[in-house]
Write a protein that binds this ligand. Structure first.
Ligand SMILES: Cc1ncc(COP(=O)(O)O)c(C=O)c1O
Length: 439
């Protein structure tokens, strides 16, 4: 067996074996019991892990992560090793590091490593998934008008390439009156006998609205009870702005595929992401880019079929990667585990609530994101009377506050308080927005 073959084989076989044992032991629930000791004494201590400019109030770190100390140090360690001896370092670390990353992701997600494919971004995951889901003639895709460019474009490209029908529906009439029932009801009404795929986004980066994914999943399960297995609706979620914010286990969320980048709220290395698939759903995903899994490569060299390998292996695109980044991803999951998912959610909710309440009390501001935490997460969208969103963002930037404009046809000012922010920073931000009313 070649080096690449043996190493890859050990990685995936090891994972497959431990997954098999776990399957018996835990009936496909949570994986291992990773419980590191917290190195953080408080939120200021946590903020000190990031080399973010202290002169700025960063309310757009969800756009692209700043690397916290453990992630930065791991990247640097791998970079030095690869620079000193690329092939030697790769042989020595590839097996172990890929296993570490998959296990850390599985621990965090409450999943099994063999159900996870590693990608470079949300967009790569969405493109591969929506491009590769196998549909029979007449089967259609249902999606919404609220999704990000990456979902919409992945689906359009698929439609253009294969002729698949993609139906787009609104999920609510107005953000002022939107409710969980309205969202679930709209989605349910959009499902026809031809619908095979449902493609939605957990937290809309256009408005900050959070969809009730679990309730939608329950509605889809009810539909599926009266369908043959081959016609089951497969529920796919762009979970980017829920991962690293919400306190959840992916296997309990109820969706079939969960796609996310890990280089935003998760603080993972830039250029990392994943696709999780339910074991029953993975088989309908067909790969586009050859995997560099050692098993697949080895079977190829032996002129044997690799079709029996786990689909997540095939869905992990190959070619060599920026390994110093990919191999440091486990540190980001551990970083979040140290804080604890519940504390992460609570802190982000509190800061966002503070911001929304402050904004809602200003007469010159229109808050678009729902106040309720059932319908929002870590993104707050609003307008300031008499100013374009771009002007507001520029004015705030001049005052040291970093926000962004929603990159959609309808544009809003977007601020996203996260773990690196403090209540004082939110107060200071509100004060500056208050002054915009007087100008
Ligand atoms: C909802 C949503 N999905 C996908 C993306 C793209 O993410 P990535 O940069 O990981 O491809 C973004 C924004 O960057 C987004 O807001």
């Amino acid at each position: 067996m070649s080096d690449i073959g043996r190493r890859g084989f050990l990685v995936r076989t090891g994972l497959a074996l431990s997954a098999a044992v776990l399957t018996e032991a835990c009936s496909r629930t949570v994986a291992s019991q990773y419980r590191p000791q917290s190195p953080f004494t408080d939120w200021e201590d946590l903020r000190a892990q990031f080399p973010l400019s202290p002169r700025l109030i960063h309310l757009a770190t969800f756009f692209l992560a700043s690397h916290p100390t453990p992630v930065r140090e791991a990247i640097e360690r791998h970079r030095m090793g690869l620079d000193a001896d690329p092939i030697g370092y790769w042989h020595e670390h590839e097996e172990k590091q890929e296993a570490n990353v998959l296990q850390a992701a599985a621990d965090y997600l409450g999943a099994h490593p063999t159900d996870i494919a590693l990608t470079d971004s949300t967009t790569m995951g969405l493109g591969l998934l929506y491009g590769g889901l196998q549909l029979r003639s007449g089967q259609e895709i249902l999606t919404t008008i609220h999704d990000h460019y990456s979902t919409e474009t992945s689906l359009r490209l698929r439609a253009e390439r294969t002729g698949t029908v993609v139906n787009q529906i609104p999920l609510y009439r107005s953000l002022k009156t939107v409710s969980r029932d309205e969202i679930v009801g709209s989605l349910r009404k959009g499902i026809t006998p031809a619908t095979r795929i449902v493609a939605v986004t957990w937290v809309h980066s256009s408005t900050g609205l959070k969809l009730p994914i679990h309730e939608i999943a329950l509605a889809i399960q009810a539909v599926n009870r009266s369908r043959e297995e081959q016609d089951h609706v497969i529920f796919c979620v762009d979970g980017l702005h829920g991962l690293g914010v919400e306190d959840f286990n992916v296997s309990e969320l109820g969706c079939d595929f969960f796609v996310a980048g890990t280089h935003k709220w998760m603080f993972g290395p830039r250029g990392t992401g994943l696709v999780w698939g339910h074991p029953n759903a993975w088989p309908i995903a067909q790969a586009t880019i050859p995997t560099f899994s050692g098993q697949a490569y080895e079977l190829w060299m032996e002129n044997k079929s690799s079709k029996d390998l786990p689909p997540s292996v095939h869905m992990t695109p190959g070619g060599f990667h920026s390994f110093e980044h990919r191999w440091a991803l486990d540190e980001a999951f551990k970083f979040h585990q140290v804080i604890g998912k519940a504390r992460v959610t609570q802190r982000i909710y509190e800061l966002n609530q503070q911001l929304k309440q402050g904004l809602a009390a200003m007469r010159h501001v229109t808050l678009h994101t729902p106040m309720s935490q059932d319908l929002s997460a870590g993104i707050v969208c609003f307008d300031v009377n008499g100013l374009q969103p771009r002007q507001v963002v520029e004015k705030l930037r001049k005052r040291g506050i970093v926000g962004s404009v929603t990159p959609y046809a309808t544009k809003y000012v977007r601020l996203a308080p996260s773990l690196i922010n403090s209540p004082k920073e939110i107060d200071d931000t509100l004060e500056e927005i208050r002054k915009l009313g007087a100008s």
